[in-house]
Design a protein around this ligand. Sequence first.
Ligand SMILES: [Zn+2]
Length: 339
Amino acid sequence: MGRSKGKPAAERLPIGDVGPQLDQAAIGDVWKSHEGEIAELRRLRNFVMDATSPWQGRTIQKSDPHDLTADEIVAMELSRTLTSAWVCADLIAMGFADQAMMICRSMFEGMVVANWVHLNPDQAPERFLEAGTLNDHLEIRMAISNGWISAGEVQAGRLLDPDDLEGLQKKFGRYGEKMWTDPNDLRRLSDKISEGWEEDRRDALLKFRSAALRSHNQTLHATPESLLSKVSEVSVEGLALSIGPAHRGGPGIVAASMALQSAWWTLAEMARLVAIHFGLDIEDELEELIVGGAFVYLPIYDDEARGVGRNDACPCGSGRKFKRCHLGRTRRRMGSKPR
Ligand SMILES: [Zn+2]
């Protein structure tokens, strides 16, 4: 290809909007539409942090360093969830809602795993240890084959013998990629942990599960949906692609709604579990926050509430009567005139 004198247009990279500069307009849009939800997520996060650190629950069962207990695993997941919720709120506020959705998937999985550990305190530590042993073996093998360490440096007993290795790979996947729980896929695991849940709560679980398995997963991988979200303009000259926060008018706003709702609900469920598991005295306050949050996250607009009677079921789907739910708390649609 001749490219001696000035590149022809077709050879230019079809990328526009490149750069670390933040699209202030897009961020402004997200903030304007979601300030309340972002604040609510931060409020819940702070509440759970205040209730748990320094530790205010019952004594956590201790173990020797090689043998973790169910208590310790639940506590570790709480720490992971709080950190994720923190970064989720901050990412969304900065315009990175798509990236926040990836974190929501991880939060959902963590909450389900923690519930499973709570229900299976004897089985969980054993499987946790086995999966850890396999991962340790695979990491060391990789380090040896890449020349990062020599086989002689490896402590005796850290590499598995072939039979043990095969057994563990069967259980947890060749690369240790399966979930370490039993069942080891998110669909069956979430069915299992929610068996005793009330209907409303189970419905919410199913809703956020399909978000985690579909939309959040799509964002996590290099799917057409996630690749196309980087296109800000199509023209005969090519595509204009964006690097950085969601561009104005792009999918950022929808992603922000989904991610905020998902992160908030998942954190609320994690807090419920931790309160029960460790006997934290926060249940009343927590439920109050959850009901308050539901008003923020399940908005009912004026036009949706028109004609709904005081004793009818609330159109938000909460299962409560309208008078005990959204009556007097409806929102005006953005762009519509006040009545
Ligand atoms: Zn309602």
